[in-house]
Design a protein. Sequence first.
Length: 75
Amino acid sequence: MAEKKLSFEQSMSRLEEIVGKLEQGTCGLDESLKLFEEGAKLVGSCNQMLDQAEQKVDLLLNAETGQEAPFGQEG
């Protein structure tokens, strides 16, 4: 079954749930590892979404000012 792509907000909410469960310390080792793995994937997904949003903002700002800047260039 294919995983449903979560929105940024849904991913952050799920991350908060995972952190809460792990902080409680009531999960067994196997469940803790599964939660940690899921959390790591969500962090990667959130970082990717943030990078894409940053690129879009840069494009919009550069289009507004008429400047061109390559992706990843810090200002």
